[in-house]
Write a protein that binds this ligand. Sequence first.
Ligand code: SF4
Ligand code: SF4
Length: 395
Amino acid sequence: MKKVEYDLDGKNKLYFFPEYNRFAFNDSNPEITADYYSDSLVKLRLEISHLCNGRCKYCLVYGNKVEKVEVLNVKDFWKHLENQKWFKNIKKIFIIGGEPLLHFEEISYIIDNFNGKISFSTNGTLITKEMAEKFSKSNVKVYISLDGPGFEDNINRVYINQQFMYPDIIKGINLLKEYNVKFGIFMVATPETVGQAVDMILKLDEKYSPIRIGYNLPHWTPDYKNYGLAEEFRDVLLELYKNRERIKAEIPQLKWRLSPLCDGKIKKFSCGLHTTQTTILPDKSIIRCSKIDNEKDDLKDRITNELLNKNSPIELAKNNQSDCSRCVALACCGGGCPFDGMKRFNCLTDKRECIITPPLINMAINQVVDTLKNQKANIKNGLIETNIINEIIWS
Ligand code: SF4
Ligand code: SF4
């Protein structure tokens, strides 16, 4: 069993087992049962239409030429969905576009007919009082795309006529606040703004009190392929982790990387494209991912589910010569986005993860080690209980 050993006080030792995301106290060979996250299909990504009133410079839809002008007739399709066995297990629907708010009637229909969690991402420019009122009376979460708190941070977000969207986005956010709608902000790292990202996130957190602030790495697009931004992005995540007590919003990119460590569980994949999630396109086709299963690209034939399964870090680590077999983040990273992996590195792993995730996991483990130098922990069968690890990592 692979392990990393830490000295606590000259007498006691802490062991970390990267294959299992478990910690043991003074026991270098405890019995550990592998605990995987469930693989069952629970999330639906609904691409209502690829129509958009914007043309953001890094947009995946327009950047990767997945242009389609159909609009999914949700009401019509709902009857079909309700009869599907798999749909009965769906717990979350995430609506994406194009710009979903061009189709407010369709979103309203989903809000009125689906009992699980609903969220959608929007550029925020089309939000009206009527919409904000509807959202405030439902359990929908609205995610606004914004690249920072100021006008200059958002110069990549433009309308079709190249006018800047920023003033209208802020109007939309203010309406959501006025109606107490739960909303988050999604940002994309850009070369122009990544250096100020931590300050921007702190400011957004203080100014708008969103429930979440997502800070995403850019996906590959033909116009944006040279920007990997892995080192810069890693530094942002490390700083955000150091500032965790100050930030009220959840940062999903920190949370999903650290959660397996906190839960003592094993994450096989970063993206559930062939396991926990499925995607419906405007033409009603059901696919894994609109980037990988893009009809204009041969990726869909090259990326089979079998290959995805064989290339999770956990599987790759079975080869003792592999980098994954020696990696502290083995059961946390999930291999990143396979689309970016193929486009950027010609393999199913987005190797930017190898720059980003191990330092973050090491920082969290060091937090555990430092805390356990001064604090006793509950131990069961030689292993430290996961609720304590979770508390320490987020304290
Ligand atoms: S493969 Fe990549 S682009 Fe496709 S859904 Fe997953 S994370 Fe998104
Ligand atoms: S970070 Fe890289 S080396 Fe580590 S487990 Fe993930 S893919 Fe493998």
